[in-house]
Design a protein around this ligand. Structure first.
Ligand SMILES: Nc1ncnc2c1ncn2[C@@H]1O[C@H](COP(=O)(O)OP(=O)(O)OP(=O)(O)O)[C@@H](O)[C@H]1O
Length: 377
């Protein structure tokens, strides 16, 4: 039972003696704040499996204003039914409230509830009505600035053709409405028949996960000084921002784009302990040259090549949306003279207009000590 992980009242409201298998498998992870994708047959108890963690997120901080959990259902009937189960669970929790927002009812009632002082912490709705409320026309979108949990119930239906666009519109509107300081929300996907290909991870998300796994492994060495090569300047900015967000590489991972003429990319970057190459380099010589960054003056260090399962073009295409949505970043700024100055590379003269595809950035470690003869490209 999730008593230890959430407010007592959430556990007290659980109406059964034992958890069903899907509840056992998902509630602890969801209560710990992890994203969950679950498939379990009809009638297996999925509703409580996502309602309990969603309620717990809201109950943990009942003074936080606005809608904190958004539950999306494909049909009005299912949304109404989920809302009723939620109401029953909330009977011990007077400070948390739930509202059902579906088509066929007055949108003005929903808007008034969201804009009022008693805004429901949990909103169960269908995609169409949620889009209405988030569209901005009703002035209710600001109620969604601090959503902590997003649930897609019957996710297979919601992500199928026909529903997918409105559901994606809900997610995009939630991203736009999110307060800049709000942490990313937790996502819970539940379904009886979810197919593997219904849920796609965008290339930058997968790339980020890959990189983070690699860096975390390398970071066990406190003197770690890692160079990461990625295939496009935009990806480099995105990955550097991700590292900053995660506190990897101290406060400022050095970010370099190969927008410099060959000679001006010459940097002396000492004591590199590992080299990560995301995506295959153009040729063998480049691979050896890059990985050799760890091997100066008889030093040794690991080199890691991650083959990517998507093209550079794919990754770049998705990066802006992902960076804006997940990290709240604008398009990466160009690397100009002032940026070079800030990065301690003031000695580098000018920035070439021509962009090449080679980019790299370093995390974990200090800025280069001085300009010298080592080419990072
Ligand atoms: N831990 C439990 N012990 C006993 N009964 C439970 C438990 N959890 C849920 N139930 C009951 O099982 C029934 C089915 O649960 P629920 O509606 O959540 O299933 P579901 O997996 O969401 O099904 P569907 O895919 O049809 O929506 C409900 O009557 C619910 O009250």
């Amino acid at each position: 039972m999730p008593a230890a992980s959430g407010p007592d009242a959430v556990a007290k409201s659980f109406p059964f003696e034992q958890l069903t298998p899907v509840q056992q498998a998902t509630i602890p992870a969801a209560l710990a704040g992890r994203d969950v994708i679950a498939r379990a047959r009809t009638g297996s108890g999925k509703t409580l499996a996502f309602l309990l963690p969603a309620i717990q997120r809201v109950a943990a901080d009942p003074d936080q204003p606005g809608v904190r959990a958004v539950l999306v259902s494909p049909t009005r009937e299912l949304a109404t039914q989920t809302g009723a189960v939620c109401e029953a669970l909330l009977s011990h929790m007077p400070r948390v409230s739930c509202r059902c927002a579906v088509g066929g009812t007055s949108v003005h009632g929903d808007v008034a509830a969201l804009r009022g002082s008693l805004c429901p912490g949990i909103l169960v709705g269908t995609p169409g009505r949620l889009n209405d409320l988030l569209s901005g026309g009703h002035g209710a979108a600001s109620a969604f600035g601090r959503v902590a949990c997003l649930v897609l119930d019957e996710a297979d239906q919601l992500l199928a053709l026909g529903f997918r666009r409105p559901v994606e519109a809900v997610v995009a509107s939630l991203r736009r409405a999110a307060h800049p300081a709000a942490p990313p929300w937790q996502t819970l996907l539940f379904s009886a028949t979810l197919r593997g290909d219904a849920v796609t991870v965008s290339p930058p998300a997968a790339l980020a996960a890959e990189l983070v796994r690699t860096l975390l492994a390398l970071r066990s060495d406190p003197a770690a000084k890692v160079i990461v090569y990625a295939g496009a300047a935009r990806l480099v900015s995105f990955l550097a921002a991700l590292c900053r967000r995660m506190g990897l590489g101290g406060s400022a991972p050095l970010e370099l784009h190969a927008r410099l003429p060959h000679a001006e990319r010459a940097l002396d970057y000492h004591d590199v302990t590992a080299v990560v190459q995301l995506g295959a380099p153009p040729d063998r010589a480049t691979y050896i040259h890059r990985v050799g960054r760890t091997g100066r003056a008889g030093a040794a260090g690991p080199g890691c090549l991650r083959r990517l399962r998507w093209s550079k073009e794919d990754a770049v295409r998705h990066t802006n949306a992902f960076a804006a949505g997940v990290l709240g970043l604008a398009t990466p700024p160009p690397l100009d003279a002032a940026a070079l100055q800030r990065m301690g590379l003031a000695g580098v003269r000018g920035v070439a207009a021509k962009t090449t595809s080679l980019s790299c950035f370093s995390v974990a470690g200090n800025a280069p000590r001085h300009k010298g003869r080592c080419d990072l490209g």
